[in-house]
Design a protein around this ligand. Sequence first.
Ligand SMILES: C[S@@+](CC[C@H](N)C(=O)[O-])C[C@H]1O[C@@H](n2cnc3c(N)ncnc32)[C@H](O)[C@@H]1O
Length: 221
Amino acid sequence: MERSGGRENLWDERAQAYRDSAPHASGPDLDLLVAWAGQGEGRTALDVGSGGGHLARRLGEAGFAVTTADPSAGMWPDVICQAEELPFSAASFDLVASRLASHHFAGAELALSEMARVTRELVLLEDLLFVDERVEEAEKLRDASHVRAYSLDQWHELFTVAGLEIEATEVIERQSSFSAWLERCGCKGDRAEKARELVSHRLDGDSYTSTVFLIEGVKAR
Ligand SMILES: C[S@@+](CC[C@H](N)C(=O)[O-])C[C@H]1O[C@@H](n2cnc3c(N)ncnc32)[C@H](O)[C@@H]1O
């Protein structure tokens, strides 16, 4: 598998599109993550793969002192780094969260163990749930940096291996514009047509259904 670290420019070019993206800026998934995070006053949070900064903004509004981490300089993170190698000491943050980024991590197991290492208390993860191989193929056609979406069983296993006890799991179906989804990654022409054909079972006109999972993990004592 390729590492995503050599693709900073790809994400730099997309940064404004992700800052402006409506499906990233709000939604029941984002509301639930922030509810799980709880009261932020006097607490610190690390947002891993912070992208356009929507989760970080909401955690900041909830009172957390937030540090953002992302390999893309164009995303304007506080710290430029990869999830697989977080440059922080053990137990540096009360909460570590990552939203819609881990399907880009070449080393999901390593990334989760890094998140578990640097949290004192909670790890909150949201990402695309594995649907089927047609969706995986469409994701890769649309975005060369897509590595893999995993099933809930696979994530539960990774949480356990990382020493995190699972407090809650939720699955949410989200509808968004398919053409805007392609556009954010500059996917056009034959690739776009092939991707459309592959996910035809998830499309209703331009409305694309994607499925995300959210897991709340607590550091085992
Ligand atoms: C869809 S955006 C994240 C959206 C953001 N979390 C939000 O709530 O708006 C995906 C991000 O993952 C980042 N990324 C890709 N590979 C990564 C890695 N190995 N470690 C950390 N972040 C990575 C990209 O640079 C990009 O900014």
